[in-house]
Design a binder for this molecule. Sequence first.
Ligand code: CTP
Length: 399
Amino acid sequence: MLRGKKIIVGISGGIAAYKIPELIRLLKKAGAEVKVTTTNHALEFVTPLVLETLSGNKVYTDVFATGNDHTTEHISLPDWADLMIVAPATANIIGKMAAGIADDALSTTFLAMRKPVLVAPAMNDKMLAHPAVERNLQIISGYSNCTVLPTAEGFLACGTTGKGRMVEPIAIFEAAKDILTPQPLLGKKLLISAGPTQEKIDPVRYISNYSTGKMGIAIAEEAARRGAQVTLILGPTALRPEHNLLHPIEVVDVCSAMEMYEAAMAHFPEQDMAILSAAVADYRVREVAEQKMKREHTEEMTLSLVQNPDIAASLGAIKRADQKLIGFALETHNAMQHGADKLIRKNLDMIVINSLQDTGAGFGCDTNKITLLFRSGEEKTFELKSKQDVAKDILDHIV
Ligand code: CTP
């Protein structure tokens, strides 16, 4: 994704500048070309030698230096680059970027830059909370080519704890990758259900299934990478989606099928699409015991179960013409037949069919093997792939 991309790393004078060599190393390792520009103060924290050794290029730090490749480096650099990263962005450089002041190599480069700019602020928590800085960050966020990353919370160099830490180099690296990836789902709202449900029997027991939510979480992560605004309704699982700084995934934690149903019905009207990968319990216990059920001296016991609502079918019934609904079918036999039946019965636009008869497919695996079945009757079968790659295939084919 970053191979061959040309990236300007603009460093301003904050203590987090010491982490930027690590960012440069990550970018270089991913195959990007990197050129560095700095404010004068940045060089108090990190030496040109380190930056030049890691980037493999001269550091552009003085607008008037005679040793520059071009006399107008601040114009040629932005023309050369696909992306500029300003990290750390101090309150001072943020103020200049907001006001359009160009009095050093970094700020002049920024003003001439029309391609995307990624800004990673870093400062003391009190400075960050000052209305001037808040206003300046808002102004920069409003520039059509600028993305401002949040700050992290934690130990600050000034000895206090609070907001204002620069996010880690790996997070800046991931955000840079996302910005340079085509974002076909930008502006789209996606609802995704994932994981198992738990149906209570008594305060210590429940009925559930083997789903871990891996497949649905992979779809949520990939959709966010493609720019979608994702709401993930997640049943009880230890897994969480990775943090996407540009398009944070909203996670709605639920436990039972009824909770998942209510969350899905509440969120669906504002969505463009729902992808339902959750393994929902079809039945719940009619009466949940308030106290732990004790072993009786009988050989057998019977639990009375009642049907849960079918979330997919309920959404299918209220689906508008501008909304899409995608379901899953994990089957043990006659997979295509059962899948085709569910596509119609639940009023889906597409169904992802997988069979437990295929090795490497199903609960908890890192891989899956799927067939997509469309409303038109057309079907497409894929090889066994990682769940991340399966997520890409599914999102490539959303109708
Ligand atoms: N589904 C749902 N709500 C339910 C049951 C299933 O939304 N109560 C969704 C699943 O998330 C999946 C699709 O419906 O997208 C198919 O799930 P599956 O359990 O295979 O469907 P069922 O209708 O329960 O069929 P089966 O008789 O095979 O259990």
